[in-house]
Write a protein that binds this ligand. Sequence first.
Ligand SMILES: [Zn+2]
Length: 146
Amino acid sequence: MALRDPFAAYNAGSNVEAHLVCGLLQDAGVPAVVIEDVSQVGAWLGGTVAEIHKPQVWIERADIERAGPVLADYERRNAERRAAGRGGREAGPPVEVVCEECGKRSEFPSAQKGTTQNCPHCRAYVDVGDEVGFEGWDEAPGGEQA
Ligand SMILES: [Zn+2]
């Protein structure tokens, strides 16, 4: 399906979301298509469209006014869902972990506390949330003593 005068109505976070929004628009009687990557758009519009690196939902420019309320409604419900999700899970500050293999520090989201993750520096397993501190280091490596 080709649009006569395409307009990028929605920048989606994923292909799944793009198809979801596209479906909502079509349900509302607005012809819509999903563009999943740059190459298709280039073929479509016969040129390079800058800054397209995410899936987008395209509609006819003439349908912008009809699509507006549909997109606004989708955004509003999306925001409510995100807010509800935040309340259900304990969100704290990121957990700082010192890798036992390479000694580098890294931060993990508090949601991963109590799990085992890979060190982003050396890929070794690290335990997130264990009290990894410096109190075990009896011998200060010189010059640091007060
Ligand atoms: Zn490491």
